[in-house]
Design a protein around this ligand. Structure first.
Ligand code: GTP
Ligand code: MG
Length: 157
């Protein structure tokens, strides 16, 4: 089953958007398998965004991500990586379509409320790698009844 790492960024937590973001993923039919509220240390923020290290906005990005608590989550379900990216919307909230999280809830690229893994490989790395060791984010196994079909267990999946 596909899995993705979703992180409500400090602005999302401060603005009280955690429930809204979780709700959108739940209603789509994905399954929450790990959740942790924690203060992201600088080292983990730098590791998480290491591909962007050369960008001029990198120091500001690290300050932003470490400015307050974040909510780290693992979600699973068929096609969850690409689908969550679609639900989140474009990086620049002003370009994100209405109906997406960023399109509905944000206005600035530098305060775009949520992160979603950009590939299945990065999803696995972000959930099982550094996030696990630094934050203690740990997956819980359980069966979520109404999602059986979405998770690929249904006969017509
Ligand atoms: P994430 O889900 O957070 O990884 O966003 P993304 O995949 O849509 O974008 P990307 O990985 O390219 O950039 C990571 C984050 O860096 C973005 O979500 C923004 O918060 C920030 N960022 C990217 N581009 C810019 C920029 O041009 N200016 C500023 N201030 N921040 C940026
Ligand atoms: Mg990204």
């Amino acid at each position: 089953v596909d899995e993705t790492y979703i992180m409500v960024k400090p602005d999302g937590v401060q603005r009280g958007l955690v429930g809204e973001i979780i709700s959108r993923l739940e209603k789509k039919g994905f399954k929450l398998t790990a959740l942790k509220l924690f203060q992201c240390p600088k080292e983990l923020a730098e590791e998480h965004y290491k591909d962007l290290k050369a960008k001029p906005f990198f120091p500001g990005l690290i300050d932003y991500i470490t400015s307050g608590p974040v909510v780290c989550m693992a979600w699973e379900g068929v096609g969850v990586v690409a689908s969550a990216r679609k639900l989140i919307g474009s990086t620049d909230p002003l370009k994100a379509e209405p109906g997406t999280i960023r399109g509905d809830l944000a206005v600035q690229t530098g305060r775009n409320v949520v992160h979603g893994s950009d590939s299945p490989e990065n999803g696995k790395r972000e959930i099982g790698g550094t996030a696990y060791y630094v934050s203690g984010l740990k997956k819980v196994k359980y069966v979520s009844g109404h999602q059986l079909k979405h998770l690929g267990y249904g006969s017509d999946s």
